[in-house]
Design a protein around this ligand. Sequence first.
Ligand code: NAP
Length: 300
Amino acid sequence: MAAKILSGKEIAQEIRSQIKAEVDELKNKHGIIPGLVTILVGENPASVSYVKAKQKTAHELGFYSIQENLPEDVSEDELLKLIDKYNKDPKIHGILVQLPLPKHINENKILYAIDPRKDVDGFHPVNVGKMVIGEPGFIPCTPYGILVMLSKAGCQVEGAEVVVVGRSNIVGKPVAILLMQKRKPVGNATVTVCHTATKDVAFHTRRADILIVAAGRPKVITADMVKEGAVVIDVGVNRIGTTPEGKAILCGDVDFENVKEKASVITPVPGGVGPMTITMLMKNTLESAKAWHGLPSEVA
Ligand code: NAP
């Protein structure tokens, strides 16, 4: 039987409506406007399109938003100064530096310079530490989006065998940690993480009730690697060509056409995890604004 297609686009839309309603209420009742700055270095086409989408969403939701475009050869010091400026700006509650950064800039140095209370991407070690020990803080946006999708789809996470393919700091590792937390209903899973040194990736993926793939390898997960009835979350976004109109052709890490015949639930690419990532960035920024103004917040 063909799988249910889990549309991140639809869930994202629902959450964005809730965020918009909260933003309006914050403005009207308290005079607070959530503020987000996105910082882009250079002109990497994927980064340019991600930042554009983030700014567009922030604007639609009624945020105060600023876009900083820096040249590819900007110095580390200049970037640090800009972060310091926004750390001190009371109108800004979220600072996002679009990754990857050019090679001459130390990415960790930049991420660590962001005030953890404005770290809406959830990459600062303070927030990573809080996530690991299960304290409130900023959860990285992509794993956060995956948690929300699993919850909205009513997937049984507690007790499930979850297999994560990929162990990056932005997707694989945090999603594995979050799903194994002693937390209901989206937690309490038994989690296995695969990477390039895993001896037999298929051995693990075939056992998965929930398979999360963030490898960055087009169609690396084929139907024979998936258990009948599994929930498959495809995080991968691979640019495999361009249309005659010059638009990027995208595909996931999962062989969607064949795996959808075997899975019970599957996310498409595009339109799956991607829209959720941006939405959770907005959610984190909204929660940050509330925390800065002493209102009850999920991140404090
Ligand atoms: P990354 O930093 O390149 O990490 C990829 C991970 O996958 C690494 O841990 C790597 O193992 C592992 N891996 C690669 N090939 C593998 C294979 N054949 N078998 C098993 N493991 C393998 O990538 P990332 O930043 O996590 O992103 C992963 C994908 O998700 C990319 O396509 C990216 O564009 C996409 N993404 C999408 C969103 C979204 O919002 N939709 C957000 C973030 C990322 P090693 O550690 O051993 O190298």
